[in-house]
Ligand binder design. Structure first.
Ligand code: ZN
Length: 131
């Protein structure tokens, strides 16, 4: 039986854009193009394509609304402020730049939950018998 990594560990690995299982294989081929599986340990990154992953991505995208709301309010109270432009640029660039890192962390959470409850948990993998 494989030992299960801690949630903190998979999040750190995700933030470093590394495989949540072994922390060695890269998640991405390019900017946001993912490998199908880990080159180091062979873990399939997305077993149930779009299952939990979709939820995590949706949550991640939903978080984008928060700075937008803040920006709108900021704009209302500072309509002529040059800082608004700076603020918008910083938030957008920061958000876009960290996308692979956040996706990696989402993948880590996905892996963690799969280990605990899903297809990678010991209960979900009974010895295969042909009866
Ligand atoms: Zn791996």
């Amino acid at each position: 039986m494989e030992t299960m990594p801690k949630l903190k560990t998979v999040l750190l690995r995700g933030a470093r854009r590394r495989c949540p299982k072994c922390g060695k294989g890269p998640i991405y081929k390019r900017w946001l193009t993912m490998h199908e599986s880990c080159s180091s340990c062979g873990l399939k990154y997305l077993e149930n394509q779009g299952d939990l992953w979709g939820v995590l991505l949706a949550l991640d995208r939903a978080l984008f609304i928060l700075p937008v709301i803040v920006m709108i309010y900021f704009r209302l109270y500072n309509p002529n402020s040059a800082w608004f432009i700076v603020f918008v640029v910083v938030v957008l660039v920061g958000f876009i730049f960290t996308t692979p890192h956040r996706n990696g962390m989402g993948l880590g959470v996905d892996y963690y939950i799969r280990c605990k409850f899903g297809d990678l948990s010991p209960e979900a993998q009974p010895p295969k018998t042909d009866r």
